[in-house]
Design a protein around this ligand. Structure first.
Ligand SMILES: *[C@@H]1O[C@H](CO)[C@@H](O)[C@H](O)[C@H]1NC(C)=O
Ligand SMILES: *[C@@H]1O[C@H](CO)[C@@H](O)[C@H](O)[C@H]1NC(C)=O
Ligand SMILES: [Ca+2]
Ligand SMILES: [Ca+2]
Ligand SMILES: [Ca+2]
Length: 328
């Protein structure tokens, strides 16, 4: 049963895609079941119910053979009263009918009159890979401090795929990058999800943001995929002490010196600081006039002197530096 069925699927997949495989099996109660792929075109033949139930095709019309929906569900198939073939009456979307159920069964009934006959018709709707994995948002946002250690992990949102088993999400791939690796894990319910693992530490002063593309892939043939952008904002950590630049030096002006210690501290937590000793030299400007030692000088000179004789001596000082303090 299963062997034939999977053979049929792979032939159908390879040849037409749309082509379907129908499997018929009688049950002990005169019921009939058919397995076929979802999303077949209207009018596609599911099987010949007259043959399968060994009914007289020529009497289908007079016995008013018809398909009845059990309960108030939709009628998914029609019966051709001339041939006994069941055909698809409207689109059968497995996802809409059964969502994530692993087996998708639709019950219908074949009703006949004169004599009254009821046959249960069971459809097993098989999944095709007609849905791509999808992420809830278009961007996954993270804020990661630059002090985060290598090996830190960040849980990623799962992608959703309306299909089931192999046609659902099987793996994730992360765009190659400098800082992060992807770790793919499997939950106990078999669903896979990803974690972002910090592989190389971040440095906000070098790169403030990192943008990556995450891809989810299903296991269909061919596979389908969906992507999401991961946007990492790198937050600041207090990892730089204040930097003190040298104050200027004036060559030749070294006669006055002060030793000064400067400490610079930031307001980070914890605060960082650095200290620097600065030798300060003060340059001269010519801001002092020469000053005589006396306010006034008095001298007595005799008459008939020889030219060149000394009358008196005066002196003045100037506290400025070198030429600025040289008195003439
Ligand atoms: C300034 O400090 C240095 C080193 O600590 C020392 O060698 C120098 O003599 C000091 N100068 C003055 C003017 O105190
Ligand atoms: C003298 O003072 C002037 C400014 O008045 C200054 O530019 C100059 O460098 C000083 N000279 C010395 C040797 O300090
Ligand atoms: Ca579908
Ligand atoms: Ca599907
Ligand atoms: Ca899929």
């Amino acid at each position: 049963y299963n062997k034939y069925f999977s053979l049929g699927i792979s032939v159908a997949d390879e040849m037409f895609g749309l082509l379907f495989f129908v499997l018929m099996a009688h049950t002990a109660y005169g019921d009939v079941s058919y397995s076929f792929l979802e999303e077949m075109k209207r009018g596609s033949v599911i099987g010949n119910i007259a043959k399968d139930l060994v009914l007289d095709v020529n009497r289908l019309s007079s016995r008013k053979a018809r398909i009845d929906t059990e309960g108030n569900r939709k009628r998914y198939c029609d019966i051709n009263l001339n041939t006994g073939e069941l055909t698809v009456a409207e689109r059968i979307d497995r996802e809409e009918i059964c969502e994530k159920k692993s087996s998708c069964v639709i019950n219908q009934e074949l009703v006949l009159e004169n004599p009254l006959g009821l046959h249960r018709v069971i459809f097993n709707i098989e999944d095709i890979n007609d849905n791509s994995p999808q992420f809830k948002q278009s961007v996954i946002k993270f804020e990661i401090r630059e002090s985060a250690l290598k090996g830190s992990r960040y849980l990623l949102d799962e992608a959703h795929d309306a299909d089931i088993s192999m046609n659902a999400v099987q793996s994730y791939m992360l765009q190659e990058n400098e800082h992060f690796l992807l770790r793919v894990l499997t939950r106990t319910n078999g669903r896979t999800y990803g974690e972002l693992v910090l592989n190389k530490e971040l440095d906000r002063e070098q790169q403030k943001e990192v943008t990556l593309i995450l891809t989810a892939v299903d296991g269909g043939t061919p596979p389908r995929s969906g992507t999401v952008a991961i946007h990492v904002t790198v937050l600041d950590a207090n990892d730089n002490a204040p930097l003190i630049l040298p104050s200027c030096l004036i060559p030749g002006c070294v006669h006055i010196g002060y030793n000064i210690t400067i400490t610079a501290t930031d307001e980070g937590s914890p605060p960082l600081s650095s200290t620097k000793n600065i030798h300060l030299t003060v340059a001269d400007v010519n801001d002092n006039p020469p000053v005589f030692q006396e306010q006034s000088y008095r001298a007595h000179v005799q008459e008939n002197n020889k030219p060149g004789s000394s009358i008196c001596s005066v002196s003045a000082t100037d506290p400025d530096w070198r030429q600025n303090g040289t008195v003439v």
